[in-house]
Design a protein around this ligand. Sequence first.
Ligand code: 6PG
Length: 243
Amino acid sequence: MSDPRVIEVLPDKPHLIQRALELVLSAAREALAQRGQFSLVLAGGSTPEPLYRALAEQDLPWQNIQVFWGDERYVPVTDPQSNEGMARRAWLDQVPIPPGNLHAISTAAPDAAQAALQYEQELRAFFGSPAGEFPVLDLLLLGIGDDGHTASLFPGTPSLEVTDRLVTVGNKDGQPRITVTYPLINRARGVLFLVTGASKRPALQAILAPTGDARQYPARLIRPEGSLVWLLDEAAGAGLNLG
Ligand code: 6PG
């Protein structure tokens, strides 16, 4: 069977971010033309920040763009670790997107399990997805950690076993995270990985190899029904043996 994934290696991070912008805008145009709305799920961490800054410069029909988060650290939005806070500073607070279009993961609940439940309920309400159904998101942005995690699906954690929920509690070294589940990710029309830096090479080789242990490298679980594109800079992706 042909490999449905596309792997592009760009010379450096600026080129990767420019290519990512092209792909996000292309997905937005297609979704808006076909369905009048574009649902975009944001990655956290540091890699996507320049992409979010570039999106702040775009002239888009913000009223038809719905923004979600793929995961969140269990901290207030004012915390420097907050994925919502990073995306707001870089992009969302700079454009006239209706506040109701920003579907952040609330971390105000007494515990992470309650926050995960609340986010699941928000997703189901927005997409009209009853229990047992997985909504189809237009595009998810994802990164990977040096350990092969993606979103907040960390190696060897219970989050990898969750197949009947949209959202669950992740765990990074004892710190709770809220994360979308891999069955929700795999329902998406498109997944776009952004990976830069030499530190990601070992995990990337293990993730992209023909065979491997998904519990050790959770990004191996990501096989969306739609498109799967890996954007790598040369530091991360040059010369990988993809079998
Ligand atoms: C998070 C992210 C996480 C991230 C990777 C890569 O909340 O940290 O969602 O999955 O994409 O850890 O992070 P960097 O882009 O900072 O390398």
